[in-house]
Design a protein around this ligand. Structure first.
Ligand SMILES: Cc1cc2nc3c(=O)[nH]c(=O)nc-3n(C[C@H](O)[C@H](O)[C@H](O)COP(=O)(O)OP(=O)(O)OC[C@H]3O[C@@H](n4cnc5c(N)ncnc54)[C@H](O)[C@@H]3O)c2cc1C
Length: 405
């Protein structure tokens, strides 16, 4: 593992840092948690991404013909590290950049690429991912939202849920069932949907951490032109796999410590442990120790992946485990902060920006669900990395409408 930048990487890092300093007054700065809500600071979030895009810091590995920089994944990772260092919050179009854009690049028509990609990079349009439904999350291919062909259009009816950022989104990638008589993975089709089209209703959901990061989305006779299809009819699962592979890399592949403030925790521990009574001190000391170890292990695994990328390779099993380990470490850090600070975790002693430790503790469980739950990731690791026998799946061959769903 190589902890140092090579000369080219160091030069690129200095370049990014200089650009961020030059534009600092135009950029949002804040915590990694929920205190800065894109829905209530939408204009500033959009401006931040536009300024970064104009500085050449968005879409770094995307091809130049699609408005990207034609750069490398290492440069993107360096820019991401420098954004965190400058405390720039998660970009408003992170779903578009990480998942929807790469799906349009892989499966969209030339016309779709022309119309959508440059605007997505500048956050002129914000995008969302409309996959999960009330009865299909982990088992995504069981979804029931239908699209029925009608002339040059498709007519969509159904409901999605947990749709991050739908309340500010202009477009979404929408996975639908177009042929219920085929096996469940074979009857799906993907579309780009205009979130402002008649018949689309978005209702924000309130989370226990206080924010409304995600939404319910209802489709009532929404018409989508056939030209907005991504891939062939019935090929939606293949298109969705492109999105999901990009999602795993975007969320967990880095094996980062997901922005959790472990240094702040250690500083609190130095200040506060001596003043705790002996019984609380022992438990808090153990919680802090466990959290710091897990967090640093995740961070160093991320460095290992970074080294592989830097040497021109592709990440292996450590990337699959990144999200699982990063989320577990995040929960340990937040729990240790609450244990250490007691009441102060609720009312004061910010963990990160304006986020209290208690707010961070309430935010963390969602990360163990988003983008593949812990249990589902363990299944994937067991089957694809360790080569264990797969789960029995009786529902793969019969028609979806035939009750094998
Ligand atoms: C913060 C956040 C943001 C999200 N953003 C989006 C978004 O933008 N777009 C979108 O489409 N979706 C989004 N989701 C939804 C997310 O993808 C789903 O919540 C997730 O896939 C789990 O699906 P589910 O909630 O239906 O739970 P279920 O699939 O019903 O799972 C319930 C429980 O059963 C377990 N389980 C399920 N299957 C298995 C199995 N085979 N083996 C062992 N255990 C199993 C799960 O681990 C879980 O504990 C988001 C979720 C969160 C929390």
């Amino acid at each position: 593992m190589d902890f140092d930048d090579n000369p080219e990487e160091a030069e690129y890092r200095a370049h990014v840092r200089a650009l961020l300093e030059q534009h600092t007054g135009e950029l949002l700065h804040g915590g990694a948690g929920e205190s800065l809500d894109p829905a209530t600071h939408e204009a500033e979030f959009r401006r931040t991404q536009r300024v970064l895009a104009e500085a050449g810091l968005i879409g770094i590995p995307w091809p130049r013909e699609h408005g990207g920089q034609g750069g490398t994944l290492v440069q993107q990772a360096i820019a991401g590290q420098e954004f965190s260092r400058a405390r720039i919050p998660t970009l408003i179009n992170h779903i578009g950049l990480g998942m929807c854009g790469p799906t349009v690049i892989a499966h969209g028509s030339d016309d779709q690429k022309e119309r959508y990609l440059a605007r997505l990079l500048r956050a002129d349009d914000v995008w969302c991912q409309l996959f999960s439904e009330p009865a299909s999350g982990s088992d995504l291919a069981a979804l029931r939202t239908t699209a029925v062909r009608d002339g040059d259009d498709w007519v969509v009816n159904g409901q999605k849920v947990w749709t991050t950022l739908a309340q500010v989104a202009d477009y979404g990638i929408l996975l639908t069932r177009t042929d219920p008589d085929r096996p469940k993975h074979a009857g799906l089709t993907m579309f780009v949907v205009d979130m402002h089209a008649p018949g689309v209703t978005v209702r924000p959901l309130r989370q226990m951490a206080g924010g409304s990061g995600f939404n319910e989305v209802f489709f009532d006779d929404v018409r989508i032109p056939d030209a907005e299809r991504l891939g062939e009819p019935g090929e939606g699962w293949r298109v969705a796999l492109t999105t999901l592979m990009n999602e795993r890399v975007a969320i967990g592949g880095g094996g980062s410590d997901i922005g959790v403030p472990v240094e702040t925790l250690a500083a609190h521990a130095r200040d506060r442990l001596p003043a705790l009574g002996p019984d609380r001190q022992v438990l808090a000391r153990q919680a802090v120790g466990r959290a710091v170890v897990a967090s640093l292990a995740t961070r160093y695994t991320g460095y290992r992946r970074f080294t592989v990328l830097s040497q021109g390779g592709l990440p292996g099993p450590e990337a699959s485990a990144g999200k699982l380990a990063g989320t577990a470490a995040g929960r340990l850090v937040a729990d240790a902060g609450v244990r250490l600070l007691g009441d102060d975790a609720v009312y004061g002693a910010a963990a990160d920006g304006d986020d209290t430790w208690q707010g961070m503790q309430a935010y963390m469980p969602g990360l163990a669900i988003a983008g593949g739950t812990d249990q589902v990731l363990r299944n994937i690791l067991g089957e694809r990395v360790l080569g264990l026998p797969p789960e029995p799946r009786a529902d793969k061959s019969g028609p979806f409408s035939g009750g094998t769903r």
